[in-house]
Write a protein that binds this ligand. Structure first.
Ligand code: SF4
Length: 107
């Protein structure tokens, strides 16, 4: 009987470890925003700000804007990618841009 209890407890411990590892793996899975996604394209999203269509977005785009300088970007200046709350926390590149850019400190 004691052996069965020990085996049962070991199975629970192993199961918990497997669940914890699966949870870590799920959090580590990063979804990068697809620049070819139709919604992203309609927002003018580009992976690199040098590719902004400055004629089309002349009323929105200003030199110096990029994801790292946007309120909606949840990363540090040194991060290559970070989540963007506008795109449902999909990750956008540091040098990215879209028409929803909102400067830090802007209302
Ligand atoms: S909302 Fe900001 S962080 Fe998100 S893609 Fe546009 S410029 Fe980048």
């Amino acid at each position: 009987m004691k052996t069965n209890r020990r085996v049962f407890m070991m199975q629970i411990a192993l199961g918990s470890s497997a669940l914890a590892m699966a949870s870590v793996a799920a959090r580590a899975a990063v979804t990068k925003l697809d620049a070819n996604d139709s919604y992203a394209r309609s927002m003018g999203f580009v992976k690199n700000v040098k590719d902004v269509d400055t004629k089309k977005w002349a009323r929105k785009y200003k030199v110096g804007q990029q994801c790292t300088k946007c309120q909606l970007w949840d990363g540090k200046e040194t991060d290559a990618y970070a989540s963007c709350s506008f795109f449902g926390d999909q990750h956008t590149p540091a040098a990215g841009w879209c028409k929803n850019f909102k400067a830090h400190g802007a209302a």
